[in-house]
Write a protein that binds this ligand. Sequence first.
Ligand code: CA
Length: 225
Amino acid sequence: MRLLIVEDEVKVSQFLKKGFEEELFSVDTAEDGEQGVFMAMTEDYDVIILDLMLPKKNGVEVLKELRKENSTPVLVLTAKGQLESKVEMLNIGADDYLTKPFALAECIARVRSLLRRSKIDKPTNVLTADTLELDQIQHIVRRDGDIIDLTVKEFKLLEYLLRNKNSVLTRSAIIEHIWEITFDTGTNVLDVYMTRLRKKIDDDYDVKLIHTIRGVGYILKDDAE
Ligand code: CA
C-alpha cells in the first residue's frame, strides 16, 4: 500500500512515516501544499494523510485541487477547533479526519478503514501474477492457494515488483524504493534478497515469475498479460 503524508511538521510526519512503515506501507512525504498536490497528481497513492495547516497551499486548497481529478481517500489532520463537524469535513472533500494530538494506533485504524471502503469500488488491493496473489491490506501472499511467509523486506520487494509487473526495474530503483537509501548498487544485498524471494515464490512452481536482466535489474513477468 502506498501512502502520502502531507505535513510540514517534520516530527509528526516522521513519526507517522515510521509507524506506517512498520505496518508495511510504502510512505512518501511532502512538506508543503504545493509539493503535496504535485506528488498526489504524479504518483499513484492508496491513501493520503493531509494536514490542514500547511505552507504555500493549505490543506483545503490542496483538497480542492485534488478532487478535480483524483478520488484517492484523504484523511485530514486538524488542530483543535479547525474542523468542527463531519459536514464541514465532507464539504471540503475529505473522507475522514483526526484531531491532533492523536494516537498512532487510531490513525492506522482510520487509514485501514478508508482502504477497506475504497476497496469496494477499486478492487486493486490484491496484486496478482499467474497463481501468485499478494493482498496489500491483509499482507498475505499466496501461490496456488498456499500461504507463503515473507519477511517485511521480502514483502515490500514483491509488492514493488508486482506493481510494476512486466516492466524492467533497475537495481538502483529497487534499492532506493526498498531501502530508501542509495547504497552502492554493486553490493549483493539485493541479489541475496531476490534469491530468497525466488526460492519462496518460484522454486516449487512451474511458471517462474521473477527474471534477472543481466547488468540492469529484475522483472516480474506475467505472460498472461
Ligand atoms: Ca501543519
